[in-house]
Design a protein around this ligand. Structure first.
Ligand code: URA
Length: 472
C-alpha cells in the first residue's frame, strides 16, 4: 500500500513526477492512495502485487488533457489518470470515447475548461491602495475546481502592467511581474457581508503586508477573519491614510453599468463551440456571439458584430469596438463613431447605406479602476477574428471596402504598416475587391495640435468623398 500526499501548489506536476516513478517501479494504480495537502483519514488501501515496470511515453495532447482533468475536484481523479496513463502507454488509443475511463476523463477536462472560462469572465478586480510603484487590484473568486494555477496565466498576460491578487478558498495567485501561488491564508477570505470600503481596506494588506489595517478590520470584521493578523495598535496612521485613499478612489469611480453584468451572463449562457457555417448575416451574427476563438471574448461584454443593409455597396471596417460599443453591442457609437458620422455625412455618405463593422469583434482593454483602457489587438487576435470579417464580406459582397486604421488594413490586406503613406490609395483584396485606405477616426481625436487635426480631418473627409463615388 502506498500513500502519496500531493502539495496544494503544484499538485499536477507532483502527480506527474510520482506517476513516472510509480510506473518505473511497477506499482499498481489500485494500490495507491492519493491525497492533496494532508494525509488521508481512510488509509485502507490494499497491498497489491507489483506490475510490470515501464518507462512512460505519453503524447503531448493526451498529457495536456490529463493534466486539465486533474484540476477537477473529483477525489478519484488521480487514480483514474494514473491507470489511464499506463493503459495509454500500453496501446489504448487516445480519444477513444468508447472507453468509459477515458470518456470520463475527457468530460472532466471539459468541465475544468468551462470553470476556467467562468473565472476569466467573472473575476472582478477592485483597486486597492498600495505603497508600491504600480497600481494594485485584488479579487476574490470561488471556482468549482482546482483551476487557479491553470486559469491565472491568462490574467498575467492581460494585466501585465499592474500588481494583482486573485484569492480563492484554497490557492491565491499573486502577480508582481511574475506569477506566484500560495496557499490561501485563513484571513484572506473576505467576510460575506463585506462592504466595499472594508473589502478594499482589507485587501490592501495583501500588497502592504507590513501595514495591515488592523483597526479598521477590528471594528467591522468578525474575529474569525482577523485572528491571524499582527498586533492591533502598531499602525493607526496607516489605517487612516488607507481609509482616505479608499474614499478618494471610490469617489473617482463610476458605478459598473448593470447592462454589462447582464450581457456577461448572456455571453456565458452561449454554446462553447462554433456552429456549422452560417448562410445569413443573422446566423453569422449568432455564431459570432458565442465566439471563443481568442481570449478577448472573456473580459469583453459581448461580441460587437457589424451592422447595415445586406445590399450595402460600401463596407466600412474599423479596428475593434471601444468601451461604449462593447456595452451597446453596436459598432461606432462612441466618440470615434461620432467623428465618423460627421465626416461621412459631410462627404455625402449616409451611414444608413453603409455596412459598418470591425476587424476584431471584442473590446480589448486593460482595467484602470473601473475605467477600461483600449489596447490594440495583436496579430493572433486579428487573425482569429478574420473568420467573421470574411463571413461578412462573403455575404455583403461590397463594391468597395473602406479600411480605417492599421488593424483593419492588416486584416484586409495582410499588411498594416505605412498607413499614412498608403492613405487615400485604393488597394485590392485577394479576390479583387477594392480597399480604400484611410486613417482611423480615433487618430483624429488623438492629435494634440488643433491645426494638424483640422488638416487631417479634411483629408479623412476627402477619402470618404472618394468612397461616396462607389454609391452610384
Ligand atoms: N473604434 C473602432 O474601430 N470601432 C468601433 O466600433 C469603435 C471605435
Amino acid at each position: 500500500m502506498m500513500r502519496i500526499v500531493l502539495p496544494v501548489i503544484g499538485t499536477v506536476a507532483a502527480w506527474r513526477d510520482h506517476v513516472r516513478r510509480l510506473a518505473a517501479e511497477g506499482v499498481a494504480p489500485e494500490g495507491v492512495r492519493w491525497t492533496v495537502g494532508e494525509e488521508a483519514r481512510d488509509l485502507l488501501v490494499p497491498d497489491l502485487p507489483p506490475i510490470l515496470p515501464r518507462p512512460l511515453k505519453i503524447g503531448r495532447e493526451a498529457l495536456d488533457e490529463i493534466e486539465t482533468a486533474l484540476c477537477h475536484s473529483d477525489s478519484e481523479r488521480f487514480n483514474r489518470a494514473h491507470a489511464l496513463v499506463l493503459r495509454l502507454n500500453d496501446g489504448l488509443a487516445w480519444g477513444d470515447r468508447t472507453d468509459p475511463a477515458l470518456r470520463k476523463l475527457m468530460e472532466q477536462a471539459k468541465t475544468v475548461r468551462r470553470d476556467i472560462h467562468k473565472m476569466h469572465a467573472f473575476v472582478r478586480f477592485r483597486e486597492v491602495p498600495t505603497e508600491g510603484p504600480r497600481r494594485a487590484f485584488a479579487a476574490w473568486f470561488e471556482p468549482d475546481h482546482h483551476i487557479v494555477e491553470r486559469g491565472t496565466p491568462f490574467f498575467a498576460k492581460r494585466f501585465a502592467d499592474m500588481d494583482w491578487v486573485i484569492a480563492t478558498p484554497a490557492v491565491t495567485a499573486r502577480f508582481d511581474g511574475t506569477l506566484h501561488f500560495e496557499e490561501t491564508a485563513d484571513t484572506a477570505r473576505p467576510p460575506p457581508d463585506a462592504t466595499e470600503d472594508l473589502w478594499r481596506t482589507y485587501y490592501a494588506s495583501i500588497f502592504n503586508p507590513g501595514r495591515v489595517m488592523v483597526k479598521a478590520m477590528q471594528s467591522e470584521m468578525p474575529k474569525k477573519y482577523w485572528k491571524n493578523l499582527p498586533e492591533a495598535d502598531l499602525i493607526p496612521d496607516l489605517i487612516r491614510g488607507a481609509d482616505a485613499r479608499v474614499r478618494e478612489m471610490q469617489a473617482r469611480e463610476a458605478e459598473e453599468a448593470p447592462e454589462r453584468r447582464r450581457a456577461v451572463a448572456r455571453t456565458m449562457a452561449m454554446p462553447e463551440r462554433l456552429q456549422p457555417e452560417a448562410g445569413t448575416l443573422d446566423a453569422l451574427r449568432a455564431e459570432a456571439a458565442a465566439c471563443t476563438r481568442c481570449p478577448l471574448y472573456a473580459p469583453a461584454t459581448q461580441t460587437v458584430f457589424g451592422e447595415g443593409p445586406r445590399d450595402a455597396k460600401i463596407m466600412v471596417v474599423g479596428e475593434q469596438p471601444g468601451d461604449q460599443e462593447d456595452l451597446a453591442g453596436r459598432p461606432f457609437v462612441g466618440p470615434a463613431g461620432k467623428v465618423f458620422d460627421e465626416e461621412a455625412e459631410a462627404a455625402g455618405l449616409d451611414r444608413r447605406q453603409l455596412y459598418v463593422t470591425n476587424a476584431v469583434k471584442h473590446f480589448k482593454f486593460t482595467p484602470r479602476g473601473k475605467r477600461r483602457i483600449h489596447q490594440r489587438p495583436d496579430t493572433g487576435e486579428i487573425r482569429a477574428c478574420h473568420l467573421w470579417l470574411e463571413g461578412e464580406l462573403g455575404l455583403i459582397r461590397p463594391k468597395l471596402i473602406v479600411s480605417m486604421g492599421a488593424t483593419a488594413l492588416q486584416s484586409l490586406t495582410g499588411k498594416g504598416e505605412g498607413i499614412l503613406k498608403r492613405r487615400g490609395g485604393i488597394e485590392e483584396m485577394k479576390d479583387g475587391t477594392p480597399v480604400l485606405v484611410t486613417v482611423h477616426p480615433s487618430y483624429l481625436l488623438r492629435l494634440p495640435d488643433p491645426e494638424l487635426a483640422k488638416v487631417e480631418r479634411a483629408k479623412f473627409r476627402e477619402d470618404l468623398a472618394q468612397a461616396a463615388r462607389y454609391l452610384d
